[in-house]
Design a protein around this ligand. Sequence first.
Ligand code: GLC
Ligand code: CA
Length: 542
Amino acid sequence: MTTTSSWLQDAIFYEIYPQSFYDTNRDGIGDLPGIIEKLDYIQVLGVNAIWLNPCFESPFQDAGYDVSDYYRVAPRYGTNDDLKRLFDEARRRGIRVLLDLVPGHTSHLHPWFQASCRYQRNEYTDWYIWTDSGWTWEVPGLRLVGGYAERDGSYVTNFFYSQPALNYGFANPDPCHPWQQPVDAPGPQAVRRELRKIMAFWLDMGCSGFRVDMAGSLVKNDPGWRETAALWQEVRAWLDLEYPEAALVAEWSNPPVSIGAGFHMDFLLGFDSAGYQSLARKTSTGGKGSDPYGCSFFDPAGRGNIRQFVDEYQSHYEATKDQGLICLITGNHDIVPRLGDGRANDDMALYYLFLMTMPGAPFIYYGDEIGMRSLVGLPGKEGALGRAGARTPMQWNGGPNAGFSTAPAETLYLPIDPDPRRPNVADQEDDTASLLNRVRRLSALRHAHPALQAAGGFQVVYAEWGRYPFIYRRSAGDETILVAINPAAYPVEVSLPNLSTNATIETLYGLADPFTRSDDRWTIKMPGVSGGAYRFAYRLIE
Ligand code: GLC
Ligand code: CA
């Protein structure tokens, strides 16, 4: 791969929701010193990059995705110096830190927005998108809030009412609505300059890049994202020159578009990717109504359909493989249920075998490495609404508050999973067969084999409609590794006519020696819920 920062080739990411990771000052909220204390744990997990959810000043009406000062760490997490210390301490352990950049909107309490609300024209008047009347209720494609400001206008929100959209202009301004400014108007251009300033501020301090929130949302009325892409291409060209090691991962869920727009990476996420949903996000009963393959592929019911994923993935992969990475995730702060909900450790371990042997860069959401479960029925803390259940405190040990905090339980940011059998790190560290230790072995396997990393070749060997297993080949240099995964509870047997029998096979991970050879082909026999990774060594002469 030529155009991607080289460290990304072997990157394994860990997403940390700072509120819920580790509390060191007994206020019931996780903090930056807490993350620093747990860096050794993160290092042993085999992770070499962190994505930190927003940690900036905010009134927290959307858990920090409503920023009120882009240049200051929120006091509840610590200080800018703490964040710098996190960058440095992480770097000493070979770990890079990506911050969460929210470019599309600020908090409505940000001083820029408060200035923009004023009747008198000022520097910030055009930093947000305002209609020319506070009585405008509706404009197709935009969400408006009227009656908020002393100026006569309704503002465009990007998400909740508390997140007014910054003004990057309109790709096709409507001539009937002169308040829709073109992308090269002074307001949108000033906002662009500020965006770079924010990025440079944290990159200079030692951060290694950004996860970019709602990356496709910037320029309005932009069919095909032409102007939004042009904006990011400009940012990328600047980064390549000034900060060539920095990486950008988009929250876009459209890799051909986002990577074409200059992002190094993009996620596959629920809202835009049926393929992603088909892996582990469907019910285990499945098969209802109009969706004959309503069951997740990673489910012992064995009624999923891997082609839903493979067909979508391969088209994205072919379109992007030389330019950027597709990121597969265990979950994230927006997704309920967690991977661990209703799944046994053996089932999750197969998902990790898949995650750690696919191209791109894998992302582990904190707690998913021990199979944490989400909580149902929580009130919507800080704008979380139904997402709160996946944001509960990390479970470090079997002690009070699961070792997350020594504050009184009722003051914690969110409650700890009350299940007495809730998983925790300390127990799993002592058990070689635990999910945690299997995840550690799998990340070590990925680090040890370039074939399994981002740029290794990827070919599907066996993926049939409604059938199990899923088998694929990864390769780099003269190494070829076959990965075979059978999440179904029933045994499967597949013959593999396209694999040369001129090879010896070594088990690198998982189910030992499942292959038999007849005259002209290999056959693989797999019991229920099994999988492995196998190195094919070719002999020169048969
Ligand atoms: C993204 C974030 C989500 C947030 C929203 C608005 O989707 O992941 O948590 O609420 O953007 O910023
Ligand atoms: Ca704290």
